[in-house]
Design a protein around this ligand. Structure first.
Ligand code: NAD
Length: 297
């Protein structure tokens, strides 16, 4: 276990989805060598999911890329062939789908390959960091914590660091120094409570808005106008934000609130509306599938 200051020089990101790919782009923009992992693609192209994600970055607006060639600096990888590359990484950020069981499976797979000093951090939106730490071996638990970037990670200043009971203070300090000095982020340390700080407030507010829109029969675009540009948030509004986040991810975050806050006086609000569940079942997950609440992003 590290007792001293050290610099994060190389990073691996696990998961090339909405967040993982953009976090990787943000890292290489800051000149940090970065490896981006995902599952092997079913069509036989083992790096296919990552390569498609990197291609998608070029079309995203606002662009997560500072220069045209940034994507070329991200090293594509998959869990079949490249786990040995993890041992040289000072920081590994897990950003796969918001499912405790899937994250646990992946931790069992990657933990034996982490370097002796590697910081292992999850970008979960709100799953329990202490529960996730249970899927890490004893040797990794002191180096495990939450590192919650917001979407889009290049533009959102805030990052939450969420320690678990076993997190080593020096690891947290080294991670915070990296986020602030190298990535220019503003960091808060949050307690390991459901959805931490920002999502507990933000998702609550989205759910309340969605419920009121249904109650008073207000159209999505009208609600978005009221909760976006008219509040001085041109890129952010209720339903558009849900599309950008991903409706499946939004539903997982809502489920965390539903499962873990049974005594909350607002518990009845913690539900994914039926119409959104139907969209998810149809594979219309928002911007990432080019179909969601709004037909196109
Ligand atoms: P996503 O659905 O866009 O991508 C998830 C990635 O996980 C995919 O590339 C997929 O191939 C991979 N994956 C799926 N199942 C897997 C498995 N069993 N093993 C390994 N990899 C698997 O998700 P996302 O929106 O990028 O979210 C990733 C994490 O970041 C989640 O924990 C989410 O809660 C969190 N997060 C999301 C947002 C957001 O706005 N979307 C913001 C902050 C944090």
């Amino acid at each position: 276990m590290s007792q001293t200051k050290f610099n994060v020089r190389k990073v691996a990101v696990l998961g090339a989805g909405v967040m993982g790919a953009q976090i990787a782009a943000h890292l290489v923009n800051a000149k940090v060598p970065t490896i981006l992992f995902d599952l092997p693609a079913k069509d036989g192209d083992k790096n296919g999911i990552v390569l498609k994600a990197l291609d998608g970055l070029k079309k995203l607006k606002p662009s997560p890329l500072a220069g045209q060639d940034v994507v070329a600096h991200i090293q594509p990888a998959n869990y079949d062939d490249h786990l040995h590359l993890l041992k040289d990484c000072d920081l590994v950020i897990e950003a796969i789908a918001e499912r405790m069981d899937w994250k646990a499976d992946l931790y069992h797979k990657v933990a034996p390959h982490l370097g002796e000093h590697t910081i292992f951090a999850t970008n979960t939106s709100g799953l329990s960091i202490n529960a996730l730490a249970q899927s890490c071996p004893d040797s990794v638990r002191p180096r495990f914590c939450g590192v919650h970037f917001f979407n889009p990670p290049r533009y959102m200043h805030l990052v939450e660091i969420i320690p678990c009971v076993t997190s080593d203070a020096h690891i947290l300090d080294n991670l915070e120094r990296f986020l602030v000095s190298t990535l220019g982020k503003g960091v808060i340390r949050a307690k390991d409570t459901p959805n931490f700080v920002a999502n507990r407030i933000g998702v609550f507010s989205m759910l309340a808005t969605i419920a009121n829109a249904a109650k008073y029969g207000i159209r999505f675009d009208v609600v978005d106008d009221l909760t976006g540009p008219r509040l001085g948030r041109p890129k952010s509004a209720t339903f558009r934000t849900a599309d950008v986040v991903g409706l499946d991810t939004f539903a997982h975050v809502v489920k965390t609130m539903q499962d873990t806050l049974p005594q909350d006086p607002w518990h009845g609000l913690f539900q994914t509306p039926d119409w959104m569940q139907k969209l998810i079942a149809a594979g219309a997950l928002g911007s990432k599938t080019k179909a969601g609440i709004y037909k196109k992003d």
